[in-house]
Design a protein around this ligand. Structure first.
Ligand SMILES: [Zn+2]
Ligand SMILES: [Zn+2]
Length: 192
């Protein structure tokens, strides 16, 4: 489903199945959450959206194929892809494992085509394993950036994250403390 211009409805479009690059996997999408961020992107509220765009950043699916250099995933693996499609991989935040703070991030479903399609390619290092205990449709909304930045306990279990994380304003907070929920929206964006 494609949104061709800001404010347009989503339309069905037939596309060839993509092939993964050497560092990518091909995901067969099984579920994708509908986020308020998707509605804002469709409405044209975000200046960084690359129209035409396939929305959707709360993606779960199974690995259909892997690129030539990918050894971490195999066909059939259950995976999830969040809004964080790619980061620079070089800055201090990326090197520290805090890629969500990278100033050069690329957002799934806003800058790169997202999950409202049957197949999509993702960087092998930017997907997480979804355990068998979680239904793929129920797990999909956990991939939202909100859950990721708040480190909701379920998301942490999925990602196997560390004990120190950051709140939605990018400030570090320790496991067990409460993040700042005063404004409900991050005060930074990819265009900062
Ligand atoms: Zn970075
Ligand atoms: Zn979301």
């Amino acid at each position: 489903m494609v949104c061709r211009h800001a404010g347009d409805p989503l339309i069905l479009e037939e596309r060839p199945r993509p092939s993964p690059a050497s560092d990518e996997i091909l995901i067969r999408t099984r579920a994708c959450g509908i986020c308020h961020g998707d509605l804002m992107a469709q409405a044209g509220a975000f200046p960084f959206v690359n129209f035409p765009i396939v929305l959707g950043h709360e993606i779960t699916g199974t690995v259909e194929a892997v690129g030539a250099e990918v050894s971490s995933w195999r066909k059939g693996d259950r995976v999830g892809l969040s809004v964080l499609f790619l980061t620079c991989g070089k800055c201090k935040h990326c090197r520290a494992g805090n890629e969500n703070l990278c100033a050069e991030w690329v957002w799934t479903g806003m800058m790169k085509d997202g999950g409202y399609q049957e197949y999509l390619c993702a960087k092998a290092g930017y997907v997480v394993a979804i355990p068998e205990i979680l239904d793929l449709a129920e797990a999909a909304p956990l991939l939202c950036a909100g859950c990721d930045s708040l480190q909701w306990p379920g998301a942490r279990r999925i990602c196997g994250g560390e004990e120190s994380r950051s709140d939605r304003n990018g400030r570090a907070w320790e496991s067990g403390s409460s993040p700042d929920a005063s404004n409900g929206w991050p005060d930074r964006s990819p265009i900062d």
